[in-house]
Design a protein around this ligand. Structure first.
Ligand SMILES: [Zn+2]
Length: 437
């Protein structure tokens, strides 16, 4: 009997707590609108689907706060400046700071406040200029608001993101980066483009006169670009050959770039397991080992890179082994299919979650460059098996890129035709209009 009453009281209190937190924590006066992705959606009265609040801005509304009756001070976190330096002059006690640091840690951990980030103080118009709100910009889009009204609370918000679809193109005279820069395109477009074409075009060997056209999405916050979010389609003319790359969503959550011949733009294997590295030792049947001095075969390719450089799986596959051994150090071995297996040795650290049976994607980080096991300096030894036999990864014939699956072909043809027409219609000075193929 007693127990039952206690249980009922506990349930009621629990429910009250949840309702209070959800209601007062996130939507103080119910006027906010919510954004999912870049679309603005009005919140239905009683459904709360996300913890991120997005607010319509007007002249006096800053971060969703009506600032008309307050004094507003903005600033940038300086070197050696901490939360207490900013808030102490406005009468915030050590107790409240402790509350922010501990109780409200899940909303934002103030230890991660960074130099150069913007903040805003919203002060009461009293003699003490006491703080009503403190807003800290976590990144380009997200911010955290501390509301010092009676009970201190915190919530996160997100600025509206506007996505624009843009098109551009150019003839390359020096580098892709400079060509895009001349057109005031986002510098991240060069990076995105080089990723799309990583398998087809070597961006260090671009020929003068190569040209490209691209249709992409760019995101803006407060009217400022925060980068390219997606390339819908592109054509790269390299040594007078057209390389089309057309994004095709063939199933839910699954999509890829395919070319004009319906082949995937991505090769089955990446060229190397680390970016920005140099090959320090190639595969050879007789090599004097740098540590033991013994002449023995070197059945792998060594890529030297700084400690901690991410090592990625060169293809999709399943982890066979993720462990430490005396000679290999920390290593991961991945089976890609019945024919291909790869192995990555001497890791400083194996990435979390790597264990036998786990699926990995091409390009997924599986560990970090180190020198564990028998190694002189930081590098990854990359080993490649073809049908159970160790081979030189740099010489082995890689499987061809996969074409669009038969079942999606008809749909891709439509997507391809529409995108190629749009790309071909982009006018780039110096490039004659090419006929739709
Ligand atoms: Zn090696």
């Amino acid at each position: 009997m007693n127990r039952k009453i206690k249980w009922i009281i506990a349930s009621v209190l629990g429910l009250w707590l949840v309702v209070t937190l959800v209601w007062f924590g996130f939507d103080l006066d119910g006027k906010y609108s919510w954004v999912i992705g870049s679309e603005r959606v009005a919140i239905p009265d009683s459904t709360i689907t996300d913890t991120v609040v997005v607010v319509e801005e007007d002249d006096y509304t800053l971060y969703g706060i009506d600032t008309r009756d307050f004094e507003v001070v903005d600033g940038v976190v300086e070197k050696n400046q901490f939360l207490h330096n900013i808030l102490n002059p406005h009468g915030i006690s050590a107790l409240q700071l402790d509350d922010i640091g501990r109780r409200l840690k899940d909303t934002f951990d103030v230890r991660y406040m960074k130099v150069g980030k913007k903040y805003l103080l919203v002060l009461n118009k009293d003699s003490a200029r006491s703080v009503r709100y403190f807003v800290y910009e976590i990144d380009n889009t997200d911010y955290v608001v501390y509301d010092f009204d009676s009970t201190l609370k915190a919530y996160r918000g997100r600025k509206p993101i506007v996505t624009e679809t843009r098109e551009t193109g150019g003839v390359i005279n020096s580098s892709l980066y400079l060509t895009l820069d001349e057109q005031n395109a986002s510098p991240t477009l060069a990076i995105e483009l080089s990723e799309v074409y990583a398998w087809a075009v070597d961006f260090y060997r671009i020929q003068k006169g190569d040209w490209f056209k691209v249709i992409y999405d760019e995101k803006f916050v407060d009217g400022k670009s925060i980068g390219v979010s997606k390339i819908h389609g592109a054509v790269f003319n390299h040594y007078n050959r057209d390389y089309y790359a057309i994004w095709f969503d063939y199933a839910e959550q699954e999509g890829d770039y395919f070319d004009q011949n319906n082949n995937c733009c991505r090769a089955t294997f990446l060229k190397a397991p680390v970016k920005f590295s140099r090959i320090s030792s190639r595969y050879s049947l007789s090599r004097k080992h740098p540590v033991t001095g013994v002449v023995k075969g070197h059945f792998g390719t060594d890529y030297a890179a700084p400690y901690g450089t991410p090592i990625v799986s060169t293809a999709n596959g399943v982890v066979l082994e993720a462990m430490f051994s005396k000679y290999n150090g920390n290593y991961v071995k991945i089976k890609h299919n019945s024919m291909y297996t790869t192995q990555y040795l001497h890791m400083q650290k194996i990435a979390t979650g790597m264990r036998p049976g786990v699926r990995v994607q091409q390009g997924q980080v599986i560990g970090y460059v180190g020198s564990t096991g028998l190694a002189t300096g930081p590098h990854v030894c990359y080993r490649f098996w073809l049908n159970g036999k160790q081979v030189d990864a740099l010489r082995v014939e890689m499987p061809p890129a996969e074409p669009v699956k038969e079942e999606y072909k008809e749909e891709y043809e439509k997507v391809k035709k529409a995108m190629m027409e749009r790309l071909d219609a982009i006018k780039v000075p110096g490039v004659e209009q090419i006929a739709s193929k």
